[in-house]
Design a binder for this molecule. Sequence first.
Ligand SMILES: [Ca+2]
Ligand SMILES: [Ca+2]
Length: 346
Amino acid sequence: MALIVVAGLIIAYWSVAIFGPGSEPEQAAILAAPPSSEPADNPPPLADLDDGVSLVRDCAGCPPMVIVPGGSFIMGSRLDQTSAGNAALPVMESEMPAHGVTIPSRFALQRTEVTRGQFALFVQATGYQVVGCTIFDGTSWVLDRARNWRDPGFFQDDDHPVVCVSLQDARAYTEWLSAKAGVRYRLPTESEWEYAARAGNTGAYLWGGDQTAACAYANAADASLLGQFKGRALDLFFACDEGHVFTAPVGKLRANTFALHDMMGNAREITADCWNATYSGAPGDGSARDTGDCGAVASRGGGWFDPPPNMHTARRLKMPSSERRSDQGFRVARDVAPDTSLPIRR
Ligand SMILES: [Ca+2]
Ligand SMILES: [Ca+2]
């Protein structure tokens, strides 16, 4: 384990210059080739539920939500996921110890990331001001005060995920939405997020061991991104092409077995917990951690710029809570009482 951690730190140190502000050594991307034959612990999910999925929508303009059933899962990475001699698949200390979590009851989670169009309704209604964004300038991630969610430096329409938003911005959106809908919206806890992202999958990657399958599920660093940023190391990219350099319209790629789209990739997603460097002392009941470094959050799922190692389902990226980046957005959750009848619409 010591060797794994030391190797991870060495590689992560190199990654800071590339992955930019907020990427700290203990959690930053690991620039290593993706495994070519990582065995899947269970088969890749087969559901592609674009038709017939029952959705909850609390108001006009409210995001479509999927009901996620309660259940138990193992959160984090197991040490034996690296001990099979595959140095390209290291476990980060922040993902350990793997621990059991029980999500006690069903909850609603937005089917996709919050879109630009949804966020625009909030800004239009409130006059909320968001200034500045950290963008990738072709070499490194830099703060550009002229950029913001309306102009992140690449084309987006209303169906793309809103990016260049911070924890505060995301919370402001949920508070506005709660008042509008009469239902309390919130960010998902980190436990809820990983439970929903895995959707029963226990492997390192949602799509199993075939790295070319990543492009069916996740808009991440692929051949399209490589084409845009030529000259970068090939092992930073999946060997497939989903056709998107920057953000993609939400829901365009395949859903997981909970009918959730883009949990992996497109925009990284802010979760509700205060940052903690490991899972030691983490709650097992699905609740958010409200102690630790509350000036930072775990940004989950990786985004359009992220390389294969950052697309591990368990990967946690520490971000300052005030950070706005052009590869980071969020999705919303809400509680669902067991005996509640829901405004289900197709
Ligand atoms: Ca891509
Ligand atoms: Ca995402």
